[in-house]
Design a protein around this ligand. Sequence first.
Ligand SMILES: [Mg+2]
Length: 360
Amino acid sequence: MSKTELTIKDITARAVSAPLKNPITTSAGIIPAAPLVLIDVTTDQGIIGRSYIFGYTPLTLRPLVQLIANLAPLLQGKSVSPFARFREFEATFRLLGRQGLLGMAISGLDMAFWDALGRAADQPVAQLLGGECKPLPAYDSLGVIDPVKDLALLENTLEQGFNAVKIKVGAGDLQLDIDTLAAVRNVIGNDLRLMIDYNQSLTVPEAIRRINRLAEFDLEWVEEPVPAEDLAGHAQVRSNCNVAIQTGENWWFPEDASRAIAAGASDYAMPDLMKIGGITGWNQAVAQAKSASLPVSSHIFVEASAHVLAVTANAHYLEYLDVASAVVSNPPQIIDGELTPTGPGLGMDWDQKAVEEYAQ
Ligand SMILES: [Mg+2]
């Protein structure tokens, strides 16, 4: 072990319910506040690496905190080498598998390890990985839009200079989708790129019927029209529609990316840092996407995603859906619809007062 190598001293995990500027509304329900687990990896050298994971429901918070605490003894005294720890986790949990809460915990730890390495080098992670901290095109990620009541949200999108926006659809019938997209196009005009997300809510025949009808709204992509695990179904939708299909946020680790690409399930890829295996898993997944010529976008985790997109060969869009700004003292800033990764590390510090206030 070299003198400068960081070693893991301890790991702490804290649950918070972080207020959101707007609740996340989807065809599968509403998330009123972000259930997050904040991870701190302390090192014997005094550097602290930080990350957060998103539990989707408060029900996962206590199990995740306990699981991360249980992983700490396996890691104490070992080097902060994301690659070495990633391989070790894979071997240790070979029989269990790494999907679900364990996959989330492993991915969160990986992001915190990278943050620690960046802080130790006094560099943004993007630079540590060999990239530059340049502005990245982002899209504003909105929820289900009521075609009458929610149009002000789109005015805000325009004011921030975004040239792309995504809305969630599928909460009602095709006519509601048509009314919503007509109202949205009316506000944003024809120049802005527009994506829609069905959040896995349709059957294959219904997806084909709706997407072909909605193609007139000039859609950049249609996200997860059918259940995420139905790779053959996504491939079928793809071959029967003239709109690009986007999937990836539910790929667990790089092996799932490989299966989805082999099945021809998607025109684009949008891995989620918390499900793909953190930054280490992301790098392995996006290398496959590059080989298959799939443009790569990110999924939530705005801060860390900016760093990995900076070194993603086929980078497409950063999803701007900020779930942690209530507990971060220096939340990422959108300037003219773009976001620049900041450091050191992942460029994220906890607002301790807010963390205490929203503790679960
Ligand atoms: Mg989605």
